[in-house]
Design a protein around this ligand. Structure first.
Ligand code: PLP
Length: 403
């Protein structure tokens, strides 16, 4: 298999050819400013209007409930800070989960430093939040619950509709980071009972640097970027018209392909997971086995490190990712895996394969052929064996990985 086998679609997806085709005229011909009155401006504004309707269509929302942003991170920040500012006099308590993306958890942390109280709910061993925990955590001063739809590392899909129903009953706004789900599984906002939902273009075969926040009619947010009053005053700044048009085209494509792709990818994912479990001893699947994204195969191989496996996979043309970030002397295992109760020494052995539209069965067969000898080779060199006192592959002396 000479070419790169790209199995890192949770990190980013390629721009679909149809999306690029839709975008190009907005660079070469219809490059006007959508705020301009003249024809060039109107053409750009029309392109944006169409894209807004297309994105709304994917969510079963109204076009005017879509606010375009620079991506998922900004959408998350607008939802969290926007709510906190709007509701500052009503209460300063926010509920979130222990497995959120940093775009949510760091935003909550910033609010905590400014005096807000943040309740961080645990997840069980399968990575699921218990809706009853949400109910129990809601207080009179709770103004927001923010819990992700599906996790980017282990792919676990949360019971968002149930959590949303609890929030609605309590009169608390509910935001979900759906960056990993929009375009991959159905995300009808009314059925999910959400007030706000974040999405990102580059996770659904659209361009990078564009995303959106769905804001339910009646939810008023304080803007976080001030200027000329674009996006109905919620997000000022001349719009990224080609990116927005691309996001719209990606939404249309996703609607056409979602069901068939989810079925196809889930079958390949299961083949990969079953095959790896069968071929490699001391390997386990992380996250709920069925309540997970159709394209997510995340695993832990005990006694060796994820990064070492990634480098060897890369050398044989396979692009995957690892849950743990190993940077400049600090070894921080994934907060998601730790929250799921996975021991720190095993969390270092995590690997994530995320499939996409281009993934073939031959590619999965190739991974099944390549990974077992890689694991065997690394284990042969590893001082850590079943029953041994395991830590960070010998790189760290204690189990305190905070530094
Ligand atoms: N939320 C989740 C769950 C993600 O996976 C990501 C990206 O990895 C983001 C938010 C951030 O999105 P963006 O890259 O568009 O800023």
């Amino acid at each position: 298999m000479p070419q790169t086998i790209y199995l890192d679609h949770a990190a980013t997806t390629p721009v679909a050819p149809e999306v690029l085709t839709a975008m190009l005229p907005y660079y070469t011909e219809m490059w006007g400013n959508p705020s301009s009155i003249h024809r060039a401006g109107r053409q750009a504004a029309d392109g944006m209007d169409e894209a807004r309707a297309q994105v709304a269509g994917l969510l079963n929302a109204l076009p005017k409930e879509i606010v375009f942003t620079s991506g998922g991170t900004e959408a998350d920040n607008l939802a969290i800070f926007g709510t906190a500012m709007t509701k500052a006099d009503a209460g300063r308590h926010i509920i979130t989960s222990a497995i959120e993306h940093h775009a949510v958890s760091h935003a909550c942390e910033a609010l905590r430093r400014r005096g807000w109280e943040i309740t961080t709910l645990p997840v069980n061993g399968a990575g699921l939040v218990d809706p009853d925990d949400v109910r129990a955590a809601i207080r009179p001063d709770t103004v927001l619950v923010t819990i992700m739809h599906a996790n980017n590392e282990v792919g676990v899909i949360q019971p968002i509709a149930d959590i949303g129903a609890i929030c609605r009953e309590a009169g608390v706004w509910f935001h979900t980071d759906a960056v990993q789900t929009v375009g991959h599984i159905p995300t009808p906002v009314n059925e999910l009972n959400v007030d706000m939902l974040s999405l990102s273009g580059h996770k659904l075969y659209g361009p990078k640097g564009v995303g959106a926040l769905y804001v339910r009619r009646g939810v008023r947010l304080v803007p976080q970027i001030y200027g000329g009053g674009h996006e109905r005053n919620l997000r000022s700044g001349t719009e990224n018209v080609p990116g927005i048009v691309g996001l719209g085209a990606a939404a249309v494509l996703a609607q056409q392909e979602m069901v068939s792709e989810a079925t196809r990818q889930a079958a390949l994912r299961d083949k990969l997971l079953d095959g790896l479990v069968e071929r490699i001893p001391d390997l386990f699947v992380t996250g709920h086995r069925t309540q997970r994204l159709p394209n997510n195969a995340s695993i832990i191989t005990k006694y060796i490190e994820g990064e070492a496996q990634l480098l060897r996979l890369d050398a044989v043309g396979i692009a995957a990712s690892s849950g743990s970030a190993c940077t400049s002397g600090s070894l921080d295992p994934s907060h998601v895996l730790l929250a799921m109760g996975i021991p720190v020494e095993f969390a270092h052995g995590s690997l994530r394969f995320t499939l996409g539209r281009g993934t073939t069965e031959a590619e999965i067969d190739y991974v099944l052929e390549q990974l077992p000898p890689i694991v065997e080779g690394l284990r042969a060199m590893s001082p850590f064996k079943p029953g041994a006192d395991v830590c960070c592959g010998g790189l760290c002396a204690s189990s305190d990985h905070s530094g």
